[in-house]
Each structure stands twice: as structure tokens, then as C-alpha cells.
Design a protein around this ligand. Structure first.
Ligand code: ADP
Ligand code: MG
Length: 589
């Protein structure tokens, strides 16, 4: 497909579908089907966020549809509350339920998380089916329709408007969320929490936000369902339906917003049409549609492993990032040059019997570049992890600006003004370079999720992105800002990590082998940048194997070997130290 067709086909098709029910061409049966597609789209949209973006697979979403549906059914039937008034209550009950369930679920890792969702999915199905207030297995019927004034919205065409206004609003809100500071943090989390947490993201909280939001979308679908179907029974909210919603999200293209609608449409229409067509082809009735549906599903996933939407719309386009330069963010007060900044006292880290860092002590003063060197496996990267609280100390102390770091989380360390790069690059390849870098400025913004939904944080976000752009220009990658991080070379990715670390406006910058993979010219540029940062009052802890690079930059060196500090001092003295020559150069002098 040509790019122009790719660009215009989906919106034109969407407009055609949205107009069709009102042209008189579309039978009421199909309008009703499209209403059900809209309801499923809402649930699938939540799953795109939860599973495709957040990396959490849930089989239990149908239960949240039940929360929304039952809340409204009970309130309208037993307490005669107007259906419009039950909407906020239904969403609130779903959100509270999701908050309780999610608090436990999002902490599960690997296969335990989807298994956990199956467990509570089944449990809630039985709660719905056994509760007499909810009408037990028969459910509740006679749920009143939505009304505008005295007019009841019973005609499927009228309900079509309500359903699709809800779907379109939620698409806009979801797009806004993903394109915000919080959204970037959520997207960055999918490939592991270490990097995001090192820049101040509270990973369990971010995951809980996604979990609750996806449940609220399901709750909204449930509320709409209750007043369209006019009856509510537990069969619609079991794990079977939960699996179907998941299939919609995966088949449409997990991680792609419009894939949710395409997946919902594909699954709903396919199942419906198979029921009509198969008896006609086979000549007998029976539940063959389930088998054929399964076979089609496997075929689709075989041919389009990323789902159907990428086939139509191509790879996800890079995000639109405002280009207007913004006023710089206020800088952090840096301690005066020479004041003690970081004090490491007898720090030890044991991995079982292996002592990776063995009672190491050193200090860093404000405004200095300290080189941390040693052969492979000496314990340098582990020391970084100790300083940033990614791993807890086995014994010893680390204090920063007089504050002990023991027991802190990586996000607290980031807040104190320590930022880092990783020896093994931790960037999200499917996010643009500038979005990856902006994660470094996470703590410099304050707008929350609700403001992000309505894009009320544009001003703040533009300032964060503009700062990210400035840092990218500083490391010489301004031109690459809009490219996907996955398309850069390893050397460039290291520079992207440095730009991200600078976005935090750190007091102390920890660089783990920043020059590895850089070309000679790039190394010179990096050395110039580090000198410039030092002149601005930043302190740097530099792990590097390129001796000329580190010797020319560092004010002092600390040498590790097998976890122990074997020397420290001025580069020229350390270079001549026989223990260093022995350890570092393998005795070659
Ligand atoms: P360096 O960065 O100086 O090359 P590291 O700090 O990465 O060295 O590793 C120091 C030692 O600790 C190595 O022997 C390494 O195998 C070991 N090590 C590092 N991380 C772990 C871990 N998570 N579990 C077990 N051993 C580890
Ligand atoms: Mg290392």
C-alpha cells in the first residue's frame, strides 16, 4: 500500500462506518452489531494499554465490565437512581475494585500475573453468580434505558451515537495519556523497570495507574452494556469473555490504539458471521464456529504476529513533539566546588559466595571527575548499582550530601540528584530518541494522570521535551531526536543515555563505560562535554576502559580489582603504581 493510501484509508473508512447507520442502508441488525463492537472496543482499548503498552496480560477484564454493569443495574433497579447519575458511581466502583485487585496483581511478575488475573476473573464470576442481590445466575433484568429528557434511547441507531461518542472520547484520552510524561514512563516500563526507576518513576504506581485505567474503560463498557442490553447476567463477565477481549487486543495489534477497534470489529463480525455461514456451508448445525474461529485466529497470528492494524497502517509513526523552544527549566542548586558530596565507607556486596564489592571506601567532592577503573569483573558496575540503590548493600555505608542511602529506592536517589547511564544500554527501542531522553526529566514535571487525559499539561510537557532536545543537542544528536531509538548505533545510544542522565539536572553523574563503541571524534566531543559539565559544577564518577580517555579527564582515580580497592590518587601516580600494573595490565610493564 502506498503511504498516502495508508494514511487516508483508515480515517475514511472510520468516517464511512460512523455515517453508515444514518443513511438508511444499514439494517438495524448491523447497527446493533456495531454497538457491541464499540463496547468491546472500550475493553480492548484498555487491554492495549495494559498488555500491549504496559506488558501486563490480563484474562480478567470481563469482570470489570461486570463491575460497571452490575453497579448501574442495582442502583437503577433497587434504588431508582437515574442511569446518567450511576455512570460516575459505576466508574468509581470499578476503579476502587481495580485498585484493590491491582495492588496485589501488578506486583506479580512473569507468568504469575496472567495466572493471577485468571484466578480473580473466575472468583468474581462466581461472586456475581452466587450473590442474591445481583440476581444470582439469572442476573437482573428490566434495567431502564438511558433517556434524553423523556425520550428513551432504545433505537440501536440512537445508542450507536452514545457508544461511539464514548469510544472516540476514550481514544482521545488514551492518546493524550500515552503522549504525556506519565505515558512515557508507562511505555518505558515495558522492558524492565530499572531505567525508569533510576529516573524517579515509581514503577508499581505507574503500573497501577494503567491497571485502574484499563479497568475503568471496561467499567464504562459495562455501564453502556447494562442500559443497551437492559439486562445483566454473570455469563457475560466470565473468563471466557475475558479471553475473547484479550484476543481482540492481540489480533488488532497489541500496543496500537486503533488496533483495539479493528480487533473488536474483526472478532465480533467473524464470530457472528461464522454462526450464519457455517451451517449453510456444512449443511448441519453444531458449534463448529468455535473451531473455525480458532483456526482463523491461529492463521492471523501466524501471518501477522504484530496484529492486523500494522498491516493496514504500517509501523507506528514517530510521535509529534513540539519544536518550539521553551524557557529552560530551573536548575538545581549545585554544592560549592570541593565540598564533600559522596562518601562510600566499607561498602560490600556479596552475591552468594562471590564478593563483588569488598569493603570499598572512597569519596567524591563536588566539581570533580573521579575515574573508577579496574579489569572486567572488578566490581565497577556493581558499585554503580549500590550507589543508585538498584541493589542493597550487604554491609557498609553510602552517604550523599550527608544523607545515608541505605534502604532508599532508586527513585529517591534520582530525586537527590544522582543520575546514571548503564553499561548495557537501557533504552526503549520502540520509543523515539527524544521521548527516551525526556524520561530523564520525569521528576522535573508534576502534572498527574487526570491532567494528562485532557492534555492540560501541554505547557509543562513542552518544557520537558524542549529540555530533552537541548540535552540531545549537547551530546551531538539533535538531528536524531525524532528517530526511533532502536534505529541508532550502539555508540549513539550511549550518548542518548548521557543526554537522558543530563535531563535530570544531576549533582552527580555516574557514567558506566560511556566511550565504549564511540568513534575517535565522538570520544573527543564527549571529553569536551564532560569538562564543560565539570566547569558548570557537576561531579562525575566515570567508569571507562579507554585509559587515555579516563587519564586525560579524571582529577583522581580509584582502582578496583576483584572487588577490592587496590589504589587511588592522581592519574599519573596511579598509572605508575606497581599493584595497578600487576592487576590491570596483567603484570606487563
Ligand atoms: P565490572 O563492571 O567491574 O566489570 P561487575 O560489577 O559487573 O564488574 O561484576 C563484578 C562481579 O560480580 C563479577 O564477577 C560478576 O560476575 C558478579 N556479578 C555482578 N552482578 C551479579 C549478580 N546480579 N549476581 C551474581 N553475580 C554478579
Ligand atoms: Mg561493568
Amino acid at each position: 500500500m502506498s503511504p498516502a493510501v495508508r494514511k487516508w484509508l483508515p480515517p475514511l473508512f472510520a468516517i464511512a462506518v460512523l455515517i453508515a447507520p444514518f443513511t438508511g442502508w444499514m439494517p438495524a441488525y448491523w447497527v446493533t452489531l456495531f454497538n457491541y463492537i464499540g463496547l468491546s472496543s472500550l475493553v480492548a482499548l484498555g487491554l492495549v494499554l495494559l498488555t500491549g503498552v504496559g506488558g501486563m496480560t490480563s484474562f480478567g477484564q470481563a469482570a470489570f465490565v461486570g463491575f460497571g454493569a452490575y453497579t448501574s443495574a442495582v442502583l437503577t433497579l433497587d434504588y431508582a437512581v437515574s442511569p446518567w447519575l450511576t455512570l460516575p458511581v459505576s466508574l468509581l466502583v470499578t476503579a476502587l475494585g481495580a485498585l484493590l485487585i491491582g495492588a496485589v496483581t501488578v506486583r506479580l511478575s512473569g507468568h504469575y500475573l496472567p495466572l493471577g488475573t485468571i484466578a480473580w476473573g473466575i472468583a468474581l464470576f462466581y461472586v456475581f453468580g452466587n450473590s442474591s442481590t445481583l440476581g444470582a445466575h439469572d442476573g437482573l433484568s428490566g434495567v431502564p434505558p438511558l433517556r434524553v429528557g423523556t425520550h428513551a434511547l432504545i433505537d440501536p441507531r440512537e445508542y450507536f451515537v452514545v457508544v461511539w461518542i464514548a469510544v472516540i472520547s476514550m481514544i482521545v484520552a488514551t492518546r493524550n495519556l500515552l503522549d504525556s510524561r506519565i505515558g512515557r514512563a508507562i511505555r518505558a516500563l515495558r522492558r524492565g523497570a530499572v531505567a525508569a526507576e533510576s529516573f524517579g518513576v515509581n514503577a508499581p504506581r505507574a503500573k497501577l495507574i494503567v491497571f485502574v485505567y484499563s479497568a475503568v474503560l471496561a467499567g464504562l463498557a459495562g455501564w453502556l452494556y447494562a442500559h443497551f442490553q437492559r439486562s445483566v447476567s454473570p455469563g457475560a463477565f466470565g473468563v471466557n469473555t475475558g479471553i475473547e477481549y484479550l484476543i481482540m487486543a492481540v489480533m488488532g495489534g497489541a500496543g496500537r490504539i486503533y488496533g483495539a477497534i479493528l480487533g473488536a470489529a474483526a472478532v465480533t463480525i467473524l464470530k457472528d458471521q461464522l454462526q450464519n455461514i457455517l451451517p449453510w456451508i456444512i449443511g448441519s448445525t453444531g458449534n463448529y464456529e468455535t473451531i473455525v474461529f480458532g483456526a482463523i485466529l491461529v492463521l492471523v497470528l501466524e501471518t501477522a504476529p504484530n496484529g492486523l492494524w500494522p498491516l493496514i497502517a504500517g509501523p507506528s509513526p514517530p510521535p509529534k513533539v513540539p519544536q518550539r523552544p521553551q524557557a529552560p527549566l530551573p536548575d538545581r542548586e549545585k554544592p560549592a566546588a570541593g565540598t564533600p558530596l559522596l562518601r562510600v565507607t566499607a561498602a560490600r556486596k556479596a552475591f552468594g559466595g562471590l564478593i563483588a564489592v569488598n569493603d570499598v571506601s572512597f569519596e567524591i567532592a563536588a566539581g570533580e571527575i573521579l575515574g573508577l577503573i579496574g579489569p572486567n569483573g572488578a566490581g565497577k558496575s556493581t558499585t554503580f548499582d549500590l550507589l543508585t540503590c538498584v541493589t542493597p548493600l550487604t554491609s557498609g555505608n553510602i552517604s550523599f550530601c550527608g544523607k545515608a542511602l541505605a534502604g532508599e529506592h532508586p527513585q529517591d536517589v534520582a530525586r537527590l540528584g544522582i543520575s546514571r547511564t548503564f553499561q548495557h544500554v537501557h533504552l526503549a527501542p520502540d520509543m523515539s530518541v527524544i521521548e527516551n531522553v525526556a524520561l530523564g526529566a520525569h521528576l522535573r514535571g508534576s502534572a498527574g494522570t487526570l491532567r494528562a487525559f485532557a492534555h492540560l499539561e501541554r505547557q509543562e510537557d513542552a518544557a520537558l521535551l524542549s529540555n530533552a532536545k537541548r540535552q540531545l543537542e549537547r551530546v551531538g544528536l539533535g538531528e536524531q531526536a525524532m528517530m526511533l531509538a532502536g534505529s541508532l548505533s550502539l555508540g549513539q545510544l550511549r550518548l542518548v543515555e548521557i543526554a537522558r542522565a543530563l535531563c535530570l539536572d544531576p549533582v552527580l553523574l555516574l557514567l558506566d563505560e560511556p566511550a565504549a563503541g564511540l568513534r575517535v571524534g565522538e570520544k573527543k566531543e564527549l571529553a569536551r562535554l564532560l569538562r564543560e559539565l565539570r566547569a558548570e559544577g557537576m561531579s562525575v564518577l566515570l567508569v571507562e576502559h579507554d585509559m587515555d580517555f579516563v587519564m586525560s579527564l579524571a582529577d583522581r582515580l580509584v582502582v578496583l580489582d576483584f572487588g577490592q580497592k587496590i589504589a587511588q590518587g592522581a592519574p599519573t601516580d596511579v598509572r605508575a603504581d606497581p599493584r595497578v600494573l600487576e592487576a590491570y595490565l596483567g603484570g606487563v610493564t
